[in-house]
Ligand binder design. Structure first.
Ligand SMILES: N[C@@H](CCC(=O)N[C@@H](CS)C(=O)NCC(=O)O)C(=O)O
Length: 172
């Protein structure tokens, strides 16, 4: 991913990237928005509802994901550091702070704002990163929300397709 051919697609040498004809995109949110704007079922037709769904996409990556990424990074990269045991509860509490707010906002709703949208797609994928930590189980409505997202046939198809790529024997 750090070779020139990939850096030409993604300046930070990461995945995912998306290519369609002459267009090359990076950043998950941008790729999902691009797809959602061109295919039915991911963004509402009503202009205000559409703007709110896009707002939830930004909220997922910009507000909810950062403390979750911090937790993942701490667990992977700081486990052997002298401060790990002291810092971990602080990082987990920052995640809980965001989940408290999201959980209160969702209440018993199935999705963030009416019908399922790309905002839910992004939020579910961000929350899924918490599975290993067990924190999600402290929020039954959020755990049920993530389960609903994973149960969608489109999610199942995408997951199976990605799994097939990841478990395919190496070429050559
Ligand atoms: N903000 C980026 C983050 C992408 C990202 O963190 N990708 C990870 C894999 S999930 C990656 O490529 N890591 C390798 C690296 O940073 O060198 C997005 O949402 O697309």
């Amino acid at each position: 991913m750090k070779e020139p051919a990939h850096l030409a697609l993604h300046p930070f040498g990461q995945i995912p990237t998306y290519e369609e004809g002459d267009l090359a995109l990076f950043e998950t949110g941008s790729i999902v928005l691009h797809v959602a704007e061109r295919h039915a079922g991911l963004l509402p037709r009503d202009a205000n509802a559409r703007a709110r769904a896009i707002t939830w996409m930004f909220a997922a990556v910009n507000t909810v994901e950062p403390p979750i990424l911090d937790l993942s990074a701490a667990r992977v990269m700081e486990r052997d550091k002298p401060w790990y045991e002291d810092r971990l509860p602080l990082v987990m509490d920052r995640v809980r702070g965001r989940l408290d707010q999201l959980s209160a906002r969702m209440g018993d709703a199935d999705w963030l704002d009416g019908a399922f949208s790309a905002g839910d797609l992004m939020m579910v994928s961000v929350l899924l990163r918490l599975r290993a930590s067990g924190i999600l189980d402290e929020y039954p409505n959020l755990a049920a929300y993530v389960a609903r997202g994973e149960a969608r046939p489109a999610y199942q198809r995408a997951f199976e397709a990605q799994l097939a790529v990841n478990t395919a024997p190496p070429k050559g």
